[in-house]
Ligand binder design. Structure first.
Ligand SMILES: Nc1nc2c([nH]c(=O)n2[C@H]2C[C@H](O)[C@@H](COP(=O)(O)OP(=O)(O)OP(=O)(O)O)O2)c(=O)[nH]1
Length: 137
């Protein structure tokens, strides 16, 4: 089959939810691929699904919250050994709900100057750097 690189890229949406100079990270369960890493809540788009719809769905399924999506911050490409992902990181604000650990092992509201203390997925580095730069005292 003739497969172009873009067809092999997994599209992922991620919510960068900021509240009072802290950002929400969630912990991937140990039994999942890349288990034990912190990440922004989100996940893979389903076939034909729009990014905003996917983000709302993933947040409901994983932690049962609602957000307002402000804008796309950046799309980041990263190659893991099994394939390439494109992470679309959206800046969001919490709009409702109380965080439940439905599909995550834990969550943390992390002050920007403490992000280096978390083992975060390597693909997320540009988002982390942006957060640290944006909110330097
Ligand atoms: N949700 C999320 N995923 C990320 C981030 N950074 C990053 O590299 N990823 C990667 C990890 C996964 O390979 C993929 C997200 O897909 P996912 O979380 O739905 O993957 P999954 O393995 O749980 O899905 P599944 O195969 O179990 O259905 O993107 C991030 O900040 N948030």
């Amino acid at each position: 089959m003739n497969t172009t690189p873009s067809e092999r890229t997994t599209i992922v949406c991620a919510a960068i939810i900021i509240d009072q100079h802290k950002v929400l990270l969630t912990l991937r369960p140990e039994d999942k691929r890349l288990g034990g890493y912190w990440e922004f809540p989100g996940g893979k788009l389903e076939p034909g699904e729009a990014a905003h719809a996917a983000l709302h769905r993933e947040l409901r399924e994983e932690i049962d919250i609602r957000v307002d999506i402000d804008r796309l911050l950046e799309s980041v490409h990263y190659s893991y050994e099994w394939g390439t992902v494109r992470i679309d990181g959206f800046l969001c604000r919490l709009a409702g709900g109380t965080i439940k650990h439905l599909e995550v092992a834990d969550h943390a509201w992390v002050p920007f100057d403490q992000l280096d203390n978390y083992r975060i997925l390597p693909a997320d580095k540009p988002f982390i750097e942006w957060l640290k730069k944006q909110y330097q005292p």
